[in-house]
Design a protein around this ligand. Structure first.
Ligand code: WT7
Length: 676
């Protein structure tokens, strides 16, 4: 399959396996090109056809698709099927149970943190639990349009609550259960949630996380800010269920507040299994999901019902070439967009069977992923480059103990994948039999935008290859001029696809400023990109002040704000440094206030400060004392120079714009070599 040639990854091609092409939805490159052309020339006809696979209580009222991408022509908006009435939950659950005869089919194989914790949930069980939960929310006064905050680990209840919200037209705002109480509070306040759903606690590997305690701290902080929107807190007794001899609840580390707290099992017990779905508009909000913003304040990315349904359903079907007998596993957490689109919505819309995994790749042993693939005969596997790089370190031995012959397709998401990791994934995990799909997308795009299709697209390691149906990528230079052919510049999109975000929750102006102002007429991704001679796209990384640590976006401003909140810190500047597993890691320069001493202990306290303020994913790897920071005469910190110091790049180029070039030498002499 490999076209021999140079070491240059651009010239190495991997053709789709013919085995896969036999009954694939998109069986060859020609079919891809034909359909792609149709999707771009006549998006309305293309998506109308896709919409026929779903249930609409009433048809769209006006035009099927309307949009404006040009700030000079007025407000930015995107509307798919406006006026049509539907319900996402009805489409992905009731229809599978009642019309497609999938009631007894497994929707999720839940696999807990520890190997002896697992169970299967069928589509009809899922529907019942969702209806019961929907009735609980209704009883608590949650109505269409109200926001519900969800702070749960990867347990089935997480899916129940999210779909319960959708059933009654409420808007879920899921906060990844690794975020701190500050981050949770900020998100609850921003979207004014009236209910919070959490759990007593969770084990992540060996580590116990007292979720209820963090949730309480968050609610306390909301109160201090004068924002008391949460009236009820539902607590799933998760650790209580974990013991073998009967239910023993985890001893909560935090007091029970009788006026607000209720146990999940107690409210679910008497709740009815019937719940009529709320018929909502195609363009009504479906959910809010926060993502880091380059100014430091997270953005509440808003997605709406119909477009998101069509797009996650179709990308899942084609990108993973879904067939009814597949067992699919995406290792992401539902707290991120990957989990929303490709654990919950896309797979359920296709009536798929998925693995829902609570744990981590290296617990209780480094072969856990491979063990789970064997246990459930997983056919399609989707994970992050950082996980691949981590597991690569243990060599091929842990894989040899398990049978991975069921695998047909492998995917990656979240960050660029280096060709070395790609080849390891392809050769060792996929045994040279499974295409590796590098899927590029964002919280904002709702679903894959640049991606190979497994039976159609020849692959190049490290390239997200070509656009999905309906997506029209363009590369612009600094001046906003379109570049043709081989080129490198800003990655932007010229026209909407159904799942593009509709707004920043509560701040439409911010939405327009961030994504549409820089280059009128285009959606700006914030990523740099190269197009090669074959028209393949290669993401080169963020071109704003964002970092990608283990596939998670962080803003330097957010980390700097956490550092400067620490009393001894006068100023902080954060840059990225390459990391062999995480992709990038945080390298922080801090200037202390007069009279404060820098030392190992302070560095550790500053790391803790960031962990507490944002969450463990943001923990810095390096903290360097900076008696002064390199600044321009107008006082702007020159991050380019700091980045080069962090990476030990000695050739700094032109320093004449610096107010005091001597600063650089001092910083170089004190740079951190290994993780402090
Ligand atoms: C940013 C979006 C998409 C779900 C998870 C992350 C980077 C994402 C790739 C890829 C290179 C990638 C981009 C993007 N990114 N996928 N396949 N190759 N870079 O969602 O947190 O919204 O982050 O992740 O920089 O803009 P997110």
């Amino acid at each position: 399959m490999v076209v021999p040639g140079s070491q240059n990854p651009e010239e190495q091609m991997f053709n789709p396996p013919s085995e896969l092409q036999k009954d694939a939805h998109i069986p060859d490159f020609k079919t891809y090109l034909q359909l792609y052309k149709k999707s771009i020339d006549d998006p309305e006809a293309f998506w109308k056809e896709v919409a026929q696979d779903f249930f609409w209580k009433s048809p769209p009222k006006g035009q099927f698709l309307q949009y404006n991408f040009d700030v000079k022509k007025g407000n930015i908006y995107v509307k798919f099927m406006e006026g049509a009435k539907t319900n996402m939950c009805y489409n992905i659950l009731d229809r599978n149970v009642k019309e497609k005869n999938c009631g007894e089919k497994v929707a999720y194989y839940w696999e807990g943190n520890s190997c002896d914790q697992y169970r299967a949930i069928t589509y009809s069980q899922l529907l019942k639990e969702v209806c019961k939960c929907a009735n609980v929310l209704k009883y608590m006064g949650v109505k269409k349009g109200d926001r519900v905050a969800i702070y749960l680990p990867m347990i089935p209840e997480l899916v129940y609550v999210m779909l319960a919200c959708v059933r009654i037209g409420a808007v879920h705002s899921i906060v990844f259960a690794g975020f701190s109480s500050d981050s949770l509070c900020e998100r609850i306040v921003d979207s004014e949630c009236s209910v919070l759903v959490t759990a007593d606690g969770v084990y992540r590997g060996e580590k116990l996380i007292n979720l209820k305690q963090i949730a309480d701290e968050a609610l306390e902080k909301c109160k201090e800010k004068g924002n008391v929107t949460v009236k009820n807190c539902i607590v799933v007794r998760h650790l209580g269920q974990m013991t073998k001899n009967g239910v023993v609840s985890l001893k909560l580390q935090t007091p029970w507040r009788a006026d607000c707290d209720v146990w999940w099992d107690e409210v679910m017990k008497g709740s009815s299994e019937e719940c009529e779905p709320e018929w909502v508009d195609a363009e009504d909000p479906l959910f809010i999901l926060y993502t880091s913003g380059s100014t430091g304040k997270p953005k509440g990315v808003l997605h709406t019902v119909a477009g998101y349904l069509l797009y996650t359903a179709l990308t899942f079907k084609y990108v993973f070439d879904h067939h009814p007998e597949d067992v699919y596993w995406c290792t992401a957490d539902i707290g991120w967009i990957t989990g929303h689109s490709y654990i919950t919505y896309g797979p359920l819309a296709n009536g798929a069977t998925s693995v829902l995994f609570e744990g981590i790749p290296v617990h209780p042993h480094v072969g856990r992923f491979w063990e789970i693939i064997e246990k459930y005969s997983v056919t399609k596997f989707y994970t992050a480059p950082t996980a691949i790089r981590l597991l690569m370190k243990y060599g091929p031995e842990p894989l040899k103990q398990f049978n991975l012959d069921s695998l047909k397709i492998l995917g990656t998401v979240g960050e660029p994948i280096n060709p070395e990791a790609w080849l390891w994934y392809y050769n060792i995990v996929g045994q040279k039999r499974c295409p590796v799909l590098d899927t590029f997308w964002q919280t904002e795009t709702g679903g894959h935008v640049l991606t190979p299709l497994p039976a159609a697209t020849p692959l190049k390691p490290g390239s997200a290859t070509l656009p999905f149906f309906g997506v029209l990528p363009v590369i612009l230079n600094e001046h906003g001029e379109e570049l043709e052919g081989e080129a490198e510049g800003y990655l932007v999109f010229r026209q909407p696809w159904p799942a593009i975000m509709r707004s920043v929750y509560g701040n439409h102006e911010r939405f327009e400023n961030i994504y549409f102002k820089k280059f009128p007429g285009f959606y700006v991704t914030g990523d740099g990109c190269k197009r090669d001679k074959d028209g393949y796209y290669w993401i080169t990384g963020r071109i704003d002040d964002m970092l990608n640590v283990s596939g998670h976006l962080l803003s330097t401003a957010e980390v700097e704000a956490a550092l400067t909140e620490y009393p001894a810190v006068a100023e902080a500047a954060v840059v990225s440094r390459p990391h062999s597993v995480k992709g990038e890691c945080l390298y922080c320069f801090v200037t202390l206030k007069d009279g404060k001493e820098f030392g190992h202990q302070l560095a550790e306290e500053l790391k803790r400060q960031v962990r507490v303020k944002i969450g463990p994913i943001a923990t810095p790897d390096f903290i360097q004392n900076a008696p002064a920071l390199p600044k321009t005469r107008s006082g702007k910190i020159m991050r380019r120079i700091l980045r080069q110091i962090a990476r030990n790049e000695k050739d700094l180029g032109d320093l004449s714009t610096l107010a005091d070039p001597k600063v650089v030498e001092v910083l170089f002499n004190q740079r951190c070599e290994a993780a402090a």
